[in-house]
Design a protein around this ligand. Structure first.
Ligand code: AMP
Length: 935
């Protein structure tokens, strides 16, 4: 095109800001096939600068930038002159509009109640097209219909069918052209209509019959009992069965499912294969004493196998407390553990499925956190299938407009460019197609994908609830609305696939299975596929013997190995100093500090063939610059991890800086540890009190999972704690909260005070076959305290001491008049002050494990102080915090009869610590003096 002509055309054309997306799309067409765009546009694109050697993506973004620049200029006339090329451009624009916004006019609400605005972009007239153009043939660009050209009438019909039928596909927000094209090819090629054989249709129908049949049966047999019925969302059952079958067919070995109450009993019986007789027993109030304090039936998890054409798939439904959405990171952690065990980085072998409520997915922040984790190195699992059972009522009674601000409840998924398939649950074949596309997308691109199963809730929040009270109009419609099973059976009957009589027979057969208390899932198989044996970890007591010896020579060998790194890996001078010191420690020239002893524990564990996994916000370096497990090359920023290089064939060592979250990271690690008993899993808080944000995980899972569900968990939590004048937020890890949660020997709460202790505490968590959570008040200033050092011999001793008695030889028991108990760093302040005071009548006893309280060890230690009358508990925390209230009865039970235990510590306070250094110092001195009885 001559330059002058092109200039005129450009000035009368589409180059205004509003059209950049459209032009971008045209440019994509042009890149794929330059003949697919009009001559004018080809001339424009031909004239754009070529970038030598750049790939298509790069050219694309460069051009987009170019158009963005153009868009900043004043808007030009956007009217195209009336030729057929102009129409062709408009047709491509129409296709684009359907891809972008078709979902907004899709038929996805089974009740037909959604008020949706007309989308102007979807009207022919918006694109200067009309039915008069229907017989004209146009190039369809990348529209994946298998033809290069189509009559506009056929194209329009195809677009409406593809994008405005029972599936509303929302995917054009995705930034990867390849992924967008993939979705287009899957949906456009079949116009969003799945083609299913009669057998497949029968399978879908059976799923609906089962979903409906169970609820009706339970409703009749246990009227008014809470079951959080699935009715209205019945398609979930055939959907899950399809997901599992298809995943298994493509090689998946395990599927882990997380879901809330709604429909859970149905999934347990009709997907997982739980025996209905067992469920009926639970309704009838029978208990399973093997499960400790137990849990309500709609929180129960389950494990089974499911046969597929690709072999058996192991299914695990995660136990789930009432707290919404918190099970998602637990599921992801469980999947990651199973993937790690199977050495599967890609995620193919284990599939996570999380099932969400429509209000919860939009309302609960933990959902955002798990999306954010989904591609992060420490947490990725090859993508999750996220299903929303969207019954259009928030929790009990709320309208969607009260529960979210976005158009869809699934908007949050756009933050990770996940495709979102909204699907009408009354069209089960569309549900199955959406399911297949979602799974295939996940397996191909290893990323999250969302299916928004738009359904309704036939009853109230639970079966005793009256939904008409708050949703009168909706429930008038629901009352008259046929069940999904009825609708589908009628449809199959009408199309002559499955006759009504056959559907009735299938329903009668299902009912018979329930009557006989038989498993209703044909694909159910007894468990054989799970890959870990928990039996070595069952039934242990705290005082069981375990093999904890480790020789000094072995320690020296490990110390020398982990204190060295390649010469051509220059590290920062401050890190070099840490490692130079470690070399001296390894050579026996220096006593070991905290960081090195801790690293040696990891070395000993991986040397023993077990794995170590540590996550936390600064886990690689350590918040307080003490760990340096990851050595950053100062020239090329590469990493070297000495702990990955201990020996050939060692256990894995993984340390990851986590995403900036507490609740979902801790829940993830809980999930990891409950699926993997071997090795050591640690979550480290940046400061101990940040764990407040994860309180739900401590309350609902860590402290009570074994008692409620019989699920062991050996997770270790390092919570930095100690009063160093850093103010209210950075002093206390809120020890009192953990002690208050302690009962039934549910977990350990430790406050180690020496490097040897931290070494042995961490090793104990692996070599002792007991798997219970370990809460550690870990230190800050002790990391560099000159007195907090240990010898290799002390490490080699190999046992964690729950109580450390007086170690100063100058303190003779017979001279002792006062015994001070304490935990943590205050010990060193008491010691230094006592030395300064030259007091030899005070013994200091460290209690290094506050729960389970080491009564036997403490009593043994106190044998030599039976004559003493003054017993004091000294703590840094205010009186209403720390160990005082929760642990004093344990101390009282151990001291000689007739004696009182007194308190030395800060007075009760609303905040954990003061904000002023000067006040802190004064308080600290006072409590130390008080404990030592110094005026
Ligand atoms: P799963 O792979 O989670 O389905 O678990 C399979 C079986 O392993 C369960 O039925 C339990 O018997 C056992 N199991 C799984 N996790 C744990 C755990 N955390 N503690 C004790 N036993 C477990």
């Amino acid at each position: 095109m001559p330059e002058g002509v092109m200039k005129a055309w450009l000035e009368s054309s589409h180059l205004s800001g509003a059209n950049t997306a459209y032009i971008e799309e045209l440019y994509e067409h042009y890149l794929e096939n330059s003949q697919s765009v009009s001559d004018e546009w080809r001339a424009v694109f031909d004239s754009l600068p070529k970038i030598e050697g750049a790939d298509v993506e790069y050219k694309h973004s460069a051009i987009r930038e170019e158009f963005r620049e153009l868009a900043k200029q004043p808007a030009r006339n956007v009217i195209v002159s009336g030729g057929s090329d102009a129409k062709q451009v408009k047709v491509l624009q129409l296709i684009n509009a359907y891809r972008f916004r078709g979902h907004q006019n899709a038929n996805i609400d089974p009740l037909g109640l959604w008020q949706r605005d007309k989308v102007r972009d979807l009207q022919l007239s918006h694109h200067d097209l009309s039915e008069n153009d229907f017989d004209k043939e146009f190039n369809v660009g990348s529209f994946a219909c298998g033809q290069e050209t189509m009559k506009l009438g056929d194209l329009y019909k195809a677009l409406r069918k593809t994008y405005c039928g029972s599936i509303g596909a929302e995917y054009m927000h995705m930034t990867s052209t390849e992924e967008k094209r993939w979705i287009q090819s899957r949906l456009e090629s079949v116009q969003s209509q799945g083609q299913y054989s009669t057998e497949q249709k029968e399978e879908i129908l059976k799923g609906l019959i089962a979903a409906d049949g169970l609820e009706k049966y339970l409703g009749a047999k246990f009227p008014g009992a809470k079951r959080f019925s699935l009715e209205g969302g019945d398609a979930l059952v055939p959907m899950l069965k399809e997901l599992i079958t298809r995943a298994g067919t493509h090689g998946t070995k395990e599927v882990v499912v997380g879901m809330a109450h709604r429909g859970r009993l149905n999934v347990l019986v009709n997907v997982m294969g739980k025996n209905p007789a067992k469920l009926f027993d639970e309704f009838a109030g029978k208990t399973d004493e093997a499960l400790g304090s137990g849990d309500v039936k709609y929180h129960q998890g389950y494990s089974s196998d499911f046969v597929t054409p690709g072999g058996n798939v192991h299914l695990a439904l995660a136990f789930n407390p009432s707290h919404l959405e918190i099970v998602n990171p637990v599921v992801m952690g469980s999947v990651r553990a199973r993937l790690d065990r199977r050495d599967c980085d890609e995620g193919d072998l284990v599939l996570p499925i999380t099932i969400h409520g429509d209000s919860a997915i939009a309302g609960q922040g933990v959902v955002q956190e798990t999306f954010n984790m989904s591609q992060a190195r420490a947490f990725k699992v090859g993508g999750s299938i996220r299903i929303v059972v969207n019954n259009q009522v928030g929790f009990t009674t709320s309208d969607p407009s009260d529960t979210r601000s976005g158009e869809y409840c699934t908007d949050i998924a756009k933050m990770v460019n996940a495709p979102i398939l909204h699907v009408n649950s009354d069209d089960p074949e569309a549900v199955i197609l959406a399911t297949q596309v979602a799974l295939d997308f996940r397996n191909k691109f290893k990323r999250d994908v969302v299916i928004d199963l738009v359904c309704y809730r036939r009853h109230g929040h639970n079966e005793a609830d009256e939904p008409n009270a708050t949703q009168p109009l909706m429930y008038q419609v629901i009352k008259k609305h046929p069940t999904p099973r009825q609708l589908y059976a009628d449809r199959l009957n009408a199309e002559n696939s499955i006759a009504k009589a056959k559907s009735d027979d299938l329903a009668a057969y299902y009912r018979k299975l329930l009557d006989e208390g038989q498993c209703t899932v044909e694909q159910w198989r007894p468990m054989t596929e799970h890959s870990v044996d928990w039996s070595p970890f069952l039934g242990h007591d705290w005082d069981d013997e375990y093999d904890h010896e480790i020789s000094v020579s072995k320690l020296k060998e490990l110390a020398s190995s982990i204190s060295s790194y390649p010469e051509d890996h220059p590290v920062h001078s401050r890190v070099k100093k840490v490692y130079d010191d470690r070399k001296k420690m390894a050579a026996g020239e220096k006593l070991l500090d905290w960081g090195f002893a801790e690293s040696l524990a990891y070395a000993a564990i991986v040397d023993g063939g077990n794995r170590v996994r540590i996550t936390g916000q600064d886990a690689g370096r350590g918040t307080f610059f003490h760990r340096h497990a990851v050595l950053h090359n100062q020239t090329d920023a590469s990493h070297y991890l000495p702990l990955k290089n201990v020996r050939e064939g060692q256990g894995a060592f993984d340390v990851h800086d986590s995403v900036l979250s507490e609740v979902s990271v801790l829940a993830f690690e809980y999930g990891y540890t409950t699926a993997e008993p071997n090795g050591l899993t640690i979550w480290e808080a940046q400061f101990g009190d940040f764990a407040n944000c994860a309180q739900v995980v401590f309350d609902q899972f860590i402290s009570s999972g074994e008692q409620k569900w019989g699920r062991l968990c050996g997770l270790t939590m390092l919570l930095p704690h100690g009063y160093e004048g850093q103010g209210p937020e950075h002093s206390s890890a809120r020890l009192e909260r953990y002690l208050q949660l302690c009962a039934d020997h549910n977990m350990q709460v430790c406050v180690p005070s020496t490097p040897a202790q931290v070494f042995n505490m961490l090793r104990r968590q692996v070599v002792r076959p007991m798997r219970r959570p370990l809460i550690v008040m870990s230190p800050k200033s002790l990391l560099r305290h000159p007195l907090a050092v240990s010898s290799l011999e002390e490490l080699s001793n190999g046992a964690y001491h729950n109580v450390i008695g007086e170690t100063d030889e100058d303190i003779k028991p017979e001279n002792v008049e006062r015994v001070v108990f304490c935990s943590g760093k205050v010990y060193y302040e008491l010691l230094e002050q006592r030395r300064k005071n030259e007091q030899n009548n005070v013994a200091i006893i460290r209690v290094e494990q506050l729960y389970p309280f080491p009564e036997t060890e403490l009593r043994a230690e106190l044998e030599q102080y039976q004559h003493v009358k003054q017993f004091v508990w000294c703590q840094e925390e205010p009186q209403n915090q720390g160990a005082w209230y929760c642990s004093q009865h344990h101390f009282r039970a151990c001291i000689p009869e007739g004696n009182y235990l007194t308190y030395a510590g800060r007075k009760a306070s609303a905040a954990p610590a003061v904000g002023y250094m000067s006040v802190h110092v004064k308080e600290q001195q006072a409590l130390v003096h008080d404990a030592l009885n110094v005026e």
